[in-house]
Every structure is written in structure tokens, then in C-alpha cells.
Design a protein around this ligand. Structure first.
Ligand code: ADP
Length: 851
């Protein structure tokens, strides 16, 4: 903005008193306002005013506003700058204050102070304009010479800076385009000057004087720059070190500490250059880095971009462009590691070994990405870790749950403040090699948002055809990901985007049976917990019956995570006892040990000689090992959380047990029905999805059409089951949304029980989709469902005939403990669900003969 432009400032101006800095016409300043008069000015003038005129204020330098508005005003500086308030930002912290952004327009001189409160207002005279009109013509020649000289120095100074920096190029253009008389003010506010010098320039009302005073300042700046460039050059010659051109600001004020700091920075940049040149980055990356380094050297350190560029270069140097670990893959050893780390999971281990074997033979990693799908706590993550161990590779887990921004994967462009690389590049930086095992955890929980679809970004990462030139937005150069071994985990495939699923080979990891859990607990979880709590098997003993008790009464899960936590709780409690015992070890009571050994045999509910509850008596040290029996369990974990409630709930007609599949594993589900007088309405509760509602309608229709055949009547004795009757079907655990067709057979059985008045067998569970003609269609998740039924202690399981093949996946001992009924139609389901069958033939013949 040119001083003395067409803007005519008002003759009365409210005054803002400043003392920390000096605003010159044509420049912009940010100033903090917290003294009473200045605050009043902002509140009642700037924030309330509506016209452009009301945003023009007079900024008086070198005058501080008194801290109380009762105090008198100090002497005001004679000359000030009329300014436009461009922005007002208020804040209450740490005390109420405003931050004002003001742009200087022109000089003015105070003629008379009109009022002091609530804020000072003065009658003023605009100065810059007068100067031009009066003196402008007279000394044109002299001024012309002066301004020419000034212009030359200004150009020389600007050209000493790096013209590739956009701000410098812009300044160079401004020099040509701005009116000459505006230049002294503008350049004074740009170059390094003290407040005192700025004040002198402000006070220099005559343009000629201003030019004369500014030229020495420019010359000083130019000399300083020259000196700096000279030192830089000589250093370069000495030992080929490169020194960044420092911001010229420091020259006039360089104290010793600043110099040292500068020196350090030089060294850092030199080191950085060395690292860049010696790193093994790709040619393209090296080119980009050297270009950025060149820019960095010429950048003033105070520029925000300086830190940004430096961080970028440091990341580029740190990335493992060519650094990798050597694979030591031996299938036999891999099998041993997998077997040692994990019990059971035979199918998964077999597939992983196949995958590794192919890798060994083919020496490259192209191929589908393995994706382990199963309930939580079944060991998906820990198998991933074992794979890394068998290969001798680094392991890194990337949690994708809830990630909804594609820049999380692919990074932010460097133009953003706070931009950073994505998780893939960050992970590589963390592990420091380019061939780690990356575990993409919870790919089914990726979310979408306005910031783009992270799944789409993952596509490129996972595609072996593309990922050798993965370009992170932050790096902006390609990085080769083809050596990285990606493994994904998920709880369900339903929510994995199809395109992503297409690139992965899904391996189902089902839940564990009770026996498997006991084995896992004793082989892996208990030893791990003991170690974590600093206990030894000589101090604590958890017999298998106790583990089994924890599994059935304190946990209900497909995996072993809750079991692990409960074991942890037990170890913590025992650790306290042991620590207390050690405290009293000064007088150990050896006689107790033998007794403790004895009691290991008694692990019944009433055997509690040295259980932890008894050791509550702190007068005696606890006997070792502390045996965890049911009493101790109750003491530590509280009363059992789950009861074997199945038979109780089947004590009246209209209840049946179904089997459901959830991403957390299989579950048993009670379906309840009741009938009441009404108008033939069906009410469904328990947060059901559309498919499940349709199953309920199908079930009722089928039963209505077969009511006579089965002799089913409603409360009024009618074969039309909905005649004057309402039916209510409820699926407990109403807070959980349920959907899917597999509850069909359960609903039919439950209603058949309601209308026949007979009880469904208490140890039967069922699953299967139904059709209107009474056929039973296959459903998914059979293994998880069967395991859930087994966990709940049920004995007979009705599954669709066409699901027979799925039974092979179930462990033999589980299969032996259960009876499976393979049903092709609903008649068979009902026959199996009721004691003595639900056959109607005999009764029908009987009825027929009667008729
Ligand atoms: P997920 O990733 O499937 O949710 P984790 O891999 O985190 O489950 O497993 C939870 C814990 O259970 C881990 O400490 C793991 O070692 C243990 N675990 C799970 N399955 C097994 C198994 N078959 N053998 C040994 N430990 C297991």
C-alpha cells in the first residue's frame, strides 16, 4: 500500500498507544492489546463500528498506555501512523486480551487531544500527502537522484538473496511496481532495524530526509550479507563444507550465543548433506533431496518452511531405502517356532507354512496377502508376530481400526502445516529395514469420511503389481514396498471393502474349544503371566479344574483374551501374598511346606486348606505353593459371572435355543414367544434386522398352514393360530442388533412349542434357514456355533443337512460329545427338538379314521 494514496483519513482519530514496536506506513503489524484504554478502543470502536471509517485508527508509537484508566495519559509521541485494523482476535487466556492486525496507511501528526477517556481521541493532520504536495515539485531533481540511489541499493540487497524463494522474487517485483516514495518505509520494516531506527524513520516527515536516513541502513545490511557470504565461501574452500546462508537479520544483533547457535546449525546442515550423499536412496529421491537441501541452505531459519524442509530431509535420510534383514527361512524351523508359540490352530499353521514354503522356493513375495479372520483373542496377531520371528524379520503392527482418512495411509502433502508421512512410511522408519512384516490389524474396521477412503489407499499398498513404486504424498517420491510382507487381520469379512478383500486370501481362525483353551492356558498363558508377575511355579499352582472353572464360569468368549486377563488377576493377587510372605521370611515356617504339597490333590469345592482365602491371616507367611482352588477363585475374581442356566430357561413352552454367529464368535440365543388375546398381530422385539423379521413371518406362515397336521391350536382352540390372538416373539440381549436367516428353525420350534404346549428339550440347540415349503437351507459359521453350544453344555445340535461337510472342521473330541441331527426339512427339526418326537403321522391317521 502506498503512503499518501487516495485514502483520506478522518480528521479525528481514536488513538492506539503502543510501545513495543513501531508501525510504518505500508507495513503490517500484529500487536497485543490488554491495557484498559486500548481494550476500550477495540471494544467500543472496532468491534461495534460498521463502516470502513470506523476501522481506521491512529497508532501512536513509543507511548505506553497506563495500566489503570484512572492514571493520566503520558506524553503522546507527536507523530503516529494511521492504520486500518484488519483483524481482531480475542482470547481470555491467560488474561482477557485482543490481538490486532493493523496495516499502516500514512503518517499523521497530533494537533490536539480531544478526549482521554474511555480511549484517547485526537484531532490530527495527515502528513504524507502534504509532503508530496508541497515539497514534491520543488526538489524533484534532488529527490530523483536520492531515490535512484536508494532504489539501486534496494535492488542490490534483494538480489543478494535467493531469488528462488517465492517471497524474495515477489519483493523484487514490488521494488519496481511500488511508488518510490513508499520504498523507505517498506524496506525499513523488512530489513533488520531497531525500534529506535524505525521511530526515526517515522519521525522523518520530509521524504528527502527519509531517503537519506534509510540508505545507511540498507548499506549496513548489504555489508553484513557480504561478510556472511565471504565466511561461507572460505569455509567451503577449506574443507568443502557447505554453509547455509543465514538470515541477514542476525548480523546487526548477533550476540555470542547466537553465533554459536548459528555455527551449530551450519554443522547440522553439513551433516545432513553428508548423510544424504552417502545414503542409498533412489536416484529420483536423491535428486529431490539435493534440490530441497539447496533451498534449505538459502532459507532464513525463522521461516516455518525451514523446519518443514529439514524434517523432510531427515526423514528421507532415515528411511531404509536399501537396508534389509537377511531372511533365514527354513521350513522345518518355522514349523517348530509356530508349534512352540501356538497350541492348536492346525489349519492356520498349515496354510502359513505353505505360504512360507512357496516364498522360500520362489524368492519373491508376489502373491495374495494373507488375511486372518476370526473372533478377538484367538491369536491372529500373535501368529503374525511368529511369522516375523520365523523369517528373522522385523515386525510392525499398524492398527487400522477407525482410520477414516486416506492421508493416514498415504501421508499429507507437504503444503499442509503439520503434514506428516502416512503409517506405512512411518512404520518403515520405525523398523529401519525395508523388508519387515507389517500386520495390518483390523482391516474390517476401516471407516470412510470426507477425507477420502483409506481402503482405496490400501489397495495400492497391497497390490504386488503396484507397490514397488508406492508414492506417499509427504515423500512425493516412490518407495519400493515390494519386499514388505503384509498380513491382515479382521473379525469379519462382511465389512472389508470388496476390492480390498479381492487382494487377500482369507484364512478363517475359529474360536477354541474348552479343552483347547485349557491347554493354551497351561502351555502359554500361565507361564507368561507368572513371568510377568515375577512368580515361579513353586509359588503358585493353578490346577486344570480351576482353569476349566474360570473358562466356564468367568468367561464366555471364543478366544482366550478374557481368560488371560483373569489369570493375570489371579497372579496379581498371589504376588501380593508372596510379597507379604517374603517380608516376614525372617522366621520361615518350614513345617507348612509339606502340608501344602499334600493338599494339591484336594481340589474339590470344599477342599480349601491353604487356599488364598485362608492366607488372609497375615500373621503367618503363606504356604508355598499357593493353590488356586474354587474358594480362592471366588475370593479373587468375585462370584461366578455365568451360570449354566440353560435348563432353567426351558422350563415352560415357547422357548427354544438358537445358535448365532457374531464377529466375536458363536453364541447361543434364546428365542421366546408368548400369545395373548388380540387381532392377529405379530410383535418382534430384540433389535432385529429385516432378514430376521422375514424369517419370523415365514415361520408363522408355515405353522399356520401346517397347524392342522400338527394339531397346533391357539389359546382360543382355533387352528388359525392368529385368530383373535397376538403373538410376541422376543430375542433376548435386546441391545445387540441381530440379523440373518439362520434363526428360522429356532423360531418355528419355539412357536411349535408355544402352540402345542410341549417343552423343547433343554439340551437342544439349532440353526438353519427355512423356506415357505418347510425346507431347511444351509447357513454359515457352523464351527463357531457348534463350539458355542458345546461351551454352554448343550448335547444335541440340529443343523441343516447340507452343512454336514462343515462338521469335519470340528475337533473329534467335541464331535464325540455332541449328537448332530442333520435336518433337510422342518418335520425333522421338530422331531429332534421335542422329547419323543413331534411326529404327527400316528395322530393324523387316528384323526382320519375318526373322521
Ligand atoms: P487377536 O489378534 O486374534 O485378537 P491375539 O493374537 O492378540 O489375538 O491373542 C491374544 C493372546 O492370546 C495372546 O497373548 C496370544 O499369545 C494368546 N493366544 C491366542 N491363541 C493362542 C494359541 N493358540 N496358543 C498360544 N497362545 C495363544
Amino acid at each position: 500500500m502506498a503512503a499518501g494514496s487516495a485514502i483520506q483519513i478522518p480528521s479525528r482519530l481514536p488513538l492506539l498507544l503502543t510501545h513495543e514496536s513501531v508501525l510504518l506506513p505500508g507495513s503490517t503489524m500484529r500487536t497485543s492489546v490488554d491495557s484498559p484504554r486500548n481494550m476500550q478502543l477495540v471494544r467500543s470502536r472496532l468491534l461495534k463500528g460498521t463502516s470502513l471509517r470506523s476501522t481506521i485508527i491512529g497508532v501512536i508509537p513509543n507511548t505506553s498506555d497506563p495500566t489503570s484508566d484512572c492514571d493520566d495519559l503520558p506524553n503522546l509521541h507527536r507523530i503516529g501512523t494511521a492504520a486500518l485494523a484488519v483483524q481482531v482476535v480475542g482470547s481470555n487466556w491467560p488474561k482477557p486480551h485482543y490481538t490486532l492486525l493493523v496495516t499502516g496507511l500514512c503518517r499523521f501528526q497530533i494537533l490536539q487531544l480531544l478526549k482521554e477517556k474511555p480511549y484517547p481521541v485526537a484531532e490530527v493532520q495527515q502528513l504524507d500527502r502534504l509532503e508530496q504536495f508541497t515539497n514534491g515539485h520543488k526538489s524533484e531533481e534532488e529527490l530523483g537522484e536520492l531515490s535512484e540511489q536508494f532504489y539501486k541499493y534496494a535492488v542490490q540487497l534483494v538480489e543478494m538473496l535467493d531469488m528462488s524463494v517465492p517471497a524474495v522474487a515477489k519483493l523484487r517485483r514490488l521494488l519496481d511496481n511500488l511508488p518510490r516514495e513508499a520504498l523507505p518505509d517498506i524496506l525499513t520494516s523488512i530489513i533488520r532495524t531497531t525500534n529506535q531506527e524505525k521511530l526515526q524513520i517515522l519521525d522523518a516527515v520530509r521524504l528527502e530526509e527519509r531517503f537519506k536516513m534509510t540508505i545507511p541502513l540498507l548499506v549496513r545490511q548489504i555489508e553484513g550479507l557480504k561478510l556472511l557470504q565471504k565466511t561461507r565461501k572460505s569455509k567451503q574452500d577449506d574443507d568443502k563444507r557447505v554453509v547455509a546462508i543465514r538470515p541477514n537479520r542476525r548480523i546487526s544483533h548477533g550476540s555470542i550465543t547466537e553465533d554459536e547457535e548459528e555455527e551449530e546449525d551450519h554443522d547440522d546442515v553439513v551433516m545432513l548433506e553428508k548423510k544424504i550423499r552417502t545414503s542409498s536412496m533412489s536416484e529420483q529421491a536423491l535428486k529431490v533431496c539435493l534440490k530441497e537441501l539447496k533451498r534449505l541452505k538459502k532459507m532464513p531459519q525463522s521461516m516455518p518452511e525451514y523446519a518443514l524442509t529439514r524434517n523432510y530431509l531427515e526423514l528421507m535420510v532415515e528411511l531404509p531405502w536399501n537396508k534389509s534383514t537377511k531372511d533365514r527361512l527354513e521350513i522345518r524351523a518355522a514349523r517348530i517356532v509356530l508349534d512352540n508359540d501356538h497350541y492348536a490352530m492346525e489349519k492356520l499353521k498349515k496354510r502359513v507354512l505353505e505360504y512360507l514354503a512357496v516364498r522360500q522356493l520362489k524368492h519373491n513375495l508376489k502373491g495374495p496377502i494373507l488375511c486372518f479372520v476370526g473372533p478377538p483373542g484367538v491369536g491372529k496377531t500373535s501368529v503374525g508376530r511368529s511369522i516375523a520371528k520365523t523369517l528373522g524379520r522385523e515386525f510392525h503392527r499398524i492398527a487400522l481400526g477407525g482410520v477414516c482418512d486416506q492421508s493416514d495411509i498415504r501421508g499429507h502433502r507437504r503444503t499442509y502445516v503439520g503434514s506428516m508421512p502416512g503409517r506405512i512410511i512411518n512404520g518403515l522408519k520405525t523398523v529401519g529395514v525395508n523388508n519387515p512384516v507389517f500386520l495390518l490389524d483390523e482391516v474390517d474396521k476401516l471407516a470412510k469420511s470426507l477425507q477420502g477412503d483409506p481402503a482405496a489407499a490400501l489397495l495400492e499398498v497391497l497390490d504386488p503389481e503396484q507397490n514397488h513404486s508406492f508414492t506417499d504424498h509427504y515423500l512425493n517420491v516412490a518407495f519400493d514396498l515390494s519386499q514388505v510382507l503384509f498380513i491382515a487381520t479382521a473379525n469379519t469379512t462382511a465389512t472389508i471393502p470388496p476390492a480390498l478383500l479381492d487382494r487377500m486370501e482369507v484364512i478363517q481362525v475359529p474360536g477354541y474349544t474348552q479343552e483347547e483353551k485349557i491347554e493354551i492356558a497351561h502351555r502359554h498363558l500361565i507361564p507368561k503371566q507368572l513371568e510377568q508377575h515375577g512368580l515361579t511355579p513353586q509359588q503358585i499352582q493353578i490346577p486344570q479344574v480351576t482353569t476349566s472353572g474360570i473358562i466356564t464360569r468367568y468367561t464366555r468368549e471364543a478366544g482366550v483374551r478374557a481368560l488371560d486377563r483373569k489369570l493375570g488377576a489371579i497372579c496379581r493377587a498371589v504376588a501380593v501374598k508372596v510379597a507379604e510372605g517374603q517380608h516376614k521370611e525372617a522366621k520361615p515356617d518350614h513345617a507348612e511346606v509339606g502340608e501344602g504339597e499334600d493338599c494339591k490333590e484336594h481340589i474339590t469345592e470344599d477342599a480349601k486348606p491353604e487356599s488364598i482365602s485362608d492366607t488372609a491371616d497375615l500373621a503367618l507367611p503363606p504356604e508355598m505353593p499357593i493353590l488356586i482352588d474354587f474358594h480362592a477363585l471366588k475370593d479373587i475374581l468375585g462370584p461366578p459371572m455365568y451360570d449354566m442356566e440353560v435348563s432353567e430357561r426351558l422350563s415352560q413352552p415357547g422357548v427354544a435355543i438358537g445358535l448365532a454367529w457374531t464377529p466375536l464368535g458363536g453364541e447361543i440365543m434364546f428365542v421366546e414367544a408368548s400369545q395373548m388375546d388380540g387381532e392377529g398381530q405379530l410383535t418382534l422385539t430384540g433389535q432385529l434386522g429385516d432378514v430376521m423379521k422375514e424369517s419370523a413371518h415365514l415361520a408363522i406362515s408355515w405353522l399356520r398352514s401346517n397347524a392342522k397336521r400338527y394339531q397346533l391350536t391357539n389359546a382360543c382352540g382355533s387352528f388359525d393360530l392368529l385368530d383373535n390372538t397376538d403373538i410376541h416373539l422376543h430375542f433376548p440381549a435386546g441391545a445387540v442388533t441381530k440379523d440373518g436367516p439362520s434363526a428360522g428353525v429356532t423360531i418355528v420350534t419355539c412357536l411349535a412349542s408355544l402352540f402345542s404346549g410341549r417343552l423343547v428339550c433343554s439340551d437342544v440347540a439349532m440353526t438353519g434357514e427355512i423356506t415357505l415349503r418347510g425346507l431347511v437351507l444351509p447357513v454359515g459359521g457352523i464351527k463357531d456355533k457348534v463350539l458355542a453350544a458345546h461351551r454352554a453344555g448343550l448335547k444335541r445340535i440340529i443343523i441343516p443337512q447340507r452343512n454336514e461337510k462343515d462338521l469335519e472342521e470340528i475337533a473329534v473330541h467335541v464331535r464325540q460329545e455332541l449328537t448332530f441331527v442333520l435336518a433337510g426339512c422342518l418335520d425333522e427339526v421338530l422331531n429332534a427338538a421335542f422329547d419323543g418326537g413331534f411326529a404327527v403321522k400316528g395322530r393324523l391317521e387316528h384323526l382320519n379314521s375318526k373322521l
